[in-house]
Design a protein around this ligand. Structure first.
Ligand SMILES: C[S@@+](CC[C@H](N)C(=O)[O-])C[C@H]1O[C@@H](n2cnc3c(N)ncnc32)[C@H](O)[C@@H]1O
Length: 260
């Protein structure tokens, strides 16, 4: 395996973003995540009760947004930084639209730390721990401020992230983790954790060859809570699991709901 920082530098120079390499297998790859199904069910149940229009940050292939517009007459704008993920989302959404669906989905290539919307949305959501792709705290602040500006008065912001599990991470440090396999493809993750600096280098291998690499960081509850408060948000609820249970010290997740 090549050195990850050399590869990431090369990708930056060529304009290639994380997820470009795994985009066509993304929805197979993430079935290996124990929260794949739970996040989908959670947002499918929760969002239709909230006010639209909706903004999904890091919409990817539209795993959640496409399902929502398929079942509900909701208006969603999805932003993502990765063209390859958005291309898949567009293709799949057009196919869906032809067979008829009640909602609408508009897509935009944009960086969630540089949002330009103003008082346009009833609800913004950032699902599937995607906040961990924001590596610097100043960018985390910028994301929260951009979301605050994007929301109408009284609008809501929902974000989920995990509670970092050091024991799990130590047991899975520098080993291949099977995410998906069928007759033709085998997809594995490989993580190198930097516990002191609170980030991990993630490598995704398809049939043994490196397909994608990116850094991902984990945020404490305090760090997320303080960035939200600084931006002006008022806490509505903090859940600890995708079944809606209230957060406690044993919770595996931090699922936040704020109000502007
Ligand atoms: C884990 S995937 C989540 C995709 C989708 N929301 C889902 O639940 O399947 C993370 C997505 O966030 C996107 N992303 C990462 N950093 C971003 C940024 N700064 N701005 C916008 N999108 C970003 C990636 O390109 C990727 O499509």
């Amino acid at each position: 395996m090549k050195n990850i920082s050399d590869n990431l530098k090369k990708d930056k120079e060529s304009g290639k973003t994380a997820y470009a390499g795994i985009s066509c297998l993304y929805e197979k790859w993430c079935t290996g995540d124990p929260f794949y199904e739970k996040t989908k069910q959670f947002y499918m149940n929760y969002l239709p009760q909230r006010e639209g229009p909706f903004l999904e940050l890091g919409v990817g292939t539209g795993r959640i947004a496409r399902l929502l517009v398929h079942h509900y007459a909701v208006e969603i704008i999805g932003v993502d930084i990765c063209s390859e993920m958005l291309d898949i989302c567009v293709t799949e959404y057009c196919r869906q639209k032809k067979s008829g669906c009640p909602g609408t989905l508009c897509l935009e290539k944009a960086d969630m730390t540089k949002l330009h919307y103003f008082e346009q949305f009833g609800t913004v959501y950032l699902p599937f721990r995607t906040v961990g792709h924001i590596l610097k705290e100043k960018d985390l602040d910028a994301m929260f401020q951009g979301v605050y500006r994007a929301l109408k008065h009284g609008g809501g912001f929902i974000l989920d992230h995990y509670m970092f599990d050091r024991m799990w991470a130590e047991a899975h440090q520098d080993v291949d983790i099977l995410m998906y396999s069928d007759d033709r493809v085998r997809i594995e993750d490989h993580y190198l954790y930097n516990f002191e600096k609170e980030y991990m280098d993630c490598t995704i291998k398809v049939n043994g060859t490196v397909a994608d690499q990116f850094c991902f960081r984990w945020y404490s509850k305090e760090c997320i809570g303080s960035a939200a408060q600084k931006a002006g948000f008022i806490l509505e609820s903090l859940m600890g699991e995708f079944d809606g249970s209230v957060w406690n010290e044993e919770s595996g997740n931090q699922i936040w709901v704020w109000r502007k």
